[in-house]
Design a protein around this ligand. Structure first.
Ligand code: GTP
Ligand code: MG
Length: 351
C-alpha cells in the first residue's frame, strides 16, 4: 500500500490472480463480469433494507484501534477492559485481530484490536472496513511512523471517522507538540486546537490518563454517525478473522451487523457453509445468541471461510449448501478463465 508499482510488476501480480492487465482503453477493458455479478444474499438483504428502514434500531459502535507497532493499541484496550492481553503476547506483538465488547457510561462499545507490525497490512485493511470509527494511536515518543500512515489511509479509504489518540504522554521523552506537527505534515490532519477538524486526545494507555476523555469522544462521534441495524431475523455478520484450529476445526470471529445469530442457525459465508455448533463471546463464554455489534467466535463451518466474506444465516441446510455451491462454482470458473481488467479497476480490487 505504500509503494508505487511499475507496469511490469503490476502485470505479474495480476497474472498471479488470474487477470491480464490491459492498460489501453479498448472494448475488452470494460470492468470484469465478476465485479458486476450480484450475489443472491446481498440482493436479498438489500431488499430487506429498503423495505424495513423504519424498523432500524441503534446498535453499539464498532471501534477499531489502529497504529504503528508498539504504539500501545493492546495496552489501551487492556486498560479499558482491565485485562492484561499485551503482557501475554509473544514478543509483545499482536498477531491477530481481537474483538471485545465493553460498557462505558452505560453504553456498549465494541472494540477491535489490530496488529501494528508491517506484515499485517491485510488485517489492518479489514479492520478499517468492518468498523464505524477508527482510533488512530500515535505514540508521542515516536511520532507518525509508516504504519500510522498506512492505517490512516485504510481508514480514509473506508470513509470512517478517525479519532487520534496521542499515547504514552507519561514518558519523559513524549513530545505531543512534535507529534501534532507530524500529523499535519505527514497526514494533513490539523488538530482542533490548531484550528483544524482532527480530533486528538492525549492519553497514557499505561496509567489510564485521558482514556475517559477518549471514550467520551468515541461516544460523541458515534452519536453523530447513523449507527443502525435491522435488529431481528436472520443474522448478517462480517468475518474479521478465520483460522483452522487444531482442536476446534475451522473457526471464525465475526461481528454481527444485523439480526440475531443463534446457536443451531444454518449459514453461508462465500463458498463455505455450515451450522452454528457453538458461539463463544469475547470472554470465552459459550452463549446462545449474539445480536448486532457483538463480536463472537463461531464453530461449525465446513471449511475455513475467506476473511473477506460476509456470513448470512439462512433457513435450511439445503439452502446453505446450494448458495455456497453456486459461489464455489463462480470462484472456480473465475480462476479458470483469465480476464482482462483495466489498471484502475485492478488497483481498486487490490484495496
Ligand atoms: P502491536 O500490537 O504489536 O502493534 O503493539 P501495540 O500497539 O498493541 O503496543 P502494546 O500495547 O503491546 O505496547 C507496547 C509497549 O508500550 C508495551 O511495553 C507497553 O507497556 C508500552 N506502552 C503502551 N502504552 C503506554 C503508555 O501510555 N505509556 C508507557 N510508558 N508505555 C506504554
Ligand atoms: Mg497489540
Amino acid at each position: 500500500p505504500n509503494q508505487d508499482l511499475n507496469i511490469e510488476i503490476a502485470e505479474e501480480i495480476a497474472m498471479n490472480f488470474n487477470y491480464i492487465l490491459t492498460i489501453n482503453d479498448d472494448e475488452q477493458t470494460k470492468p470484469t463480469e465478476t465485479k458486476q455479478e450480484k450475489d443472491i444474499l446481498k440482493e436479498r438483504w438489500e431488499k430487506i433494507y429498503s423495505e424495513k428502514k423504519d424498523k432500524f434500531k441503534d446498535r453499539a459502535p464498532v471501534v477499531t484501534v489502529m497504529g504503528h507497532v508498539d504504539h500501545g493499541k493492546t495496552t489501551l484496550l487492556d486498560h479499558i477492559r482491565k485485562t492484561q492481553v499485551a503482557d501475554k503476547e509473544a514478543g509483545g506483538i499482536t498477531q491477530s485481530i481481537g474483538a471485545y465488547q465493553t460498557v462505558y457510561n452505560g453504553k456498549k462499545i465494541t472494540f477491535i484490536d489490530t496488529p501494528g507490525h508491517e506484515a499485517f497490512t491485510e488485517m489492518r485493511a479489514r479492520g478499517a472496513q468492518s468498523t464505524d470509527i477508527v482510533i488512530l494511536i500515535v505514540a508521542a515518543d515516536d511520532g507518525v511512523m509508516p504504519q500510522t500512515i498506512e492505517a490512516y489511509n485504510h481508514a480514509k479509504d473506508a470513509g470512517v471517522p478517525i479519532i487520534v489518540a496521542i499515547n504514552k504522554v507519561d514518558k519523559p521523552n513524549a513530545n505531543v507538540e512534535l507529534t501534532k506537527q507530524q500529523l499535519v505534515a505527514k497526514l494533513n490532519l490539523i488538530p482542533e486546537d490548531w484550528g483544524g477538524d482532527a480530533i486528538t486526545v492525549p492519553i497514557s494507555a499505561k496509567s489510564g490518563m485521558g482514556v475517559d476523555d477518549l471514550l467520551e469522544m468515541v461516544l460523541l462521534v458515534s452519536e453523530m454517525q447513523e449507527i443502525k441495524c435491522y435488529p431481528k431475523g436472520n443474522a448478517r455478520a462480517i468475518i474479521i478473522e478465520s483460522k483452522l484450529d487444531k482442536f476446534l476445526g475451522p473457526v471464525a470471529t465475526v461481528i454481527v451487523k444485523d439480526g440475531i445469530l443463534k446457536n443451531g442457525d444454518f449459514f453461508v459465508a462465500g463458498s463455505t457453509f455450515g451450522k452454528v455448533r457453538r458461539l463463544i463471546d469475547s470472554n470465552g463464554k459459550t452463549i446462545k445468541q449474539a445480536g448486532p455489534s457483538t463480536p463472537v467466535q463461531i464453530l461449525g463451518f465446513d471449511e475455513v471461510p475467506s476473511m473477506h466474506s460476509i456470513l448470512y444465516a439462512v433457513n435450511t441446510l439445503d439452502e446453505a449448501r446450494e448458495i455456497s455451491s453456486i459461489a464455489k462454482e463462480k470462484e472456480e470458473s473465475k480462476s479458470k478463465q483469465k480476464k482482462h481488467v483495466k489498471l484502475e479497476d485492478f488497483m481498486n480490487m487490490m484495496k
